[in-house]
Write a protein that binds this ligand. Sequence first.
Ligand code: XCC
Ligand code: SF4
Length: 633
Amino acid sequence: MSDTKMVSLDAMDEQLIQKAKQEGVETMWDRKVTMKAPCGFGEKGVCCRICAMGPCRVSPVEGKGAQRGICGATADTIVARNFARMIAAGTAAHSDHAREIAHVMHLASKDGNYTIKDEKKLLRLAEEWEVKTEGKDIYDIAHEVAEIALNEFGKPFGTLRFLERAPEPRKKIWEKLKIKPRAIDREIATIMHSTHMGCTSDAESLIHMGMRTALADGWGGSMIGTEFSDILFGTPVPRETEANLGVLEEKQINILLHGHEPSLSEMIVMASQDPELVKLAHEVGAEGINLAGMCCTGNEVTMRHGVKIAGNFYQQELAVLTGVVEAVIVDVQCIFPSLTPITDCYHTKFITTSPKAKITGATHIEFNEEKALESAKGIVREAIENFKNRKQDKIFIPKTKAQATVGYSVEAVIKQLDRVVNSQIDPLGTVKPLADVIKAGVLRGAAGIVGCNNPKTQHDYGHIEVMKKLIANDVIVVTTGCAAQAAAKAGLTSKDAAKLAGKGLQAVCELVDIPPVLHMGSCVDISRIITLVSETAKFMGVDNCDLPVVGVAPEWMSEKAVAIGNYVMASGIDVFLGVLPPVTGSPEVVDLLTNRVEEMTGAKFFMDEDSLKLADMMLVRIEEKRKNLEKLG
Ligand code: XCC
Ligand code: SF4
């Protein structure tokens, strides 16, 4: 058995892992041990399964073992192809999520389950996309805007509309590199085609194509996902919540919301407030219905409703181990198939809802968007009726939880910044105060810390240590995804955490009334970060790559994270990875990503498994960028 001390920063995780052992329940930790060391070829990216002449695994070391696959593909080709396919898969996941949301907006109606919550944002987008709004019903506008968005996935001509939001110099770079994404689906298809057996073998060309596809995620799918979710469900504003498994309630019906798309979780939030269902909960002997979020759908509902955060990716099994979860309700992405055997050990119902993510052994209740609330009520009812089946001797809820402030959309950040604007001199509603403190050096820079958990690192260690180090050095942190949940659990998203910040950041936090680490939402909401950076660059008359800003994924694991890393880099922001991507078998690809892409995009990748070293590298890079920025005036 592994040394559980290494497992997590949080002692509570370890208590639950011990409980699992006592109860004979298998967790990811056991499987990690069984798995032993990862396959060396796979880890370096030099295994190719693209055609049936193989699989071929080539040697990353010159002169030792096969140097080429049967078709003649080299390690460079194989690594680059595999990497490009990871980008395509990640882009597909984010973008298919966005497509669902756009469909939901197309369904929205005044008297329906889905309505328009942020009309202003819809009108702004309509104007941006040149949709006539005068004298039109808001729902007709919504449907028209939704149709345009849906066409972004497959339009035969032109490039993506949201690219226009980028700073001018950035657009020129994309133009020159020929990486302006065309239709979103097209970019994914092109990668799948070009990486087919016997198509592109040139690594540089594959990395290029990968950037274009990734940009279709960041400035396409993800941005549509965020914008449309805000319009439909409301643009987040700061609100208080709590985070960690201690938010589960012994005397209530606990429903764990896990997955990604707010179209489901929003309806579950509504259903859980339905008077009839609340009454039913009381009838079965519970004091109420307690929703707790996990992974990105958890972020979506905490940002908009303050729904408590049960935990991040790593804690999905641990949540079930508490013995008090009546139902785990999931839709798509980041869901362990092991939730079936683990929920079988308790009374917990494991309910899948999406035809895109059916899981063996789970109860599948398909979520029907056309009858969304009714579907959601049915699901909540299942949870309530399961309360009586709890096994009293298996209950253990750890006490740990932390207070968190969440809800920092770009609009919310700008509103906070307005607090320091003298409206006699400067207009409200701009990023000027942010630009000013960065220029003056009060803030040295900003970091977007995002991404998953990965058993290659201690749970949350990378996230938390990097965040602490950066804020102590006057670098403000914005965060999304499972990194944001790590921050929330560690108390870093509370205003109180300003005491851990350097003098400059502390002063900013006080004046603007924000925490030093801002929770900006789910992973598709990295588009919020990209927007904020681009708006600041535009305001200062520079490009993104001129700003002292870094992107960081200390514990990433998913293909989505690979797509994100690449669009952040291609948007001109350096990316720091705490887990090595499977590219080390190709010196050519490593050189491209960590060196040569900088000449093309003004940014590159930095990789180091030591989080603290990684943080040092960020600080150095931030200071370098500051020097250059000064020269730009
Ligand atoms: Fe998944 Fe989005 Fe990663 Fe968390 S951060 S493990 S991708 S839930 Ni998105
Ligand atoms: Fe082997 Fe080439 Fe087929 Fe890949 S594409 S499996 S390297 S023969």
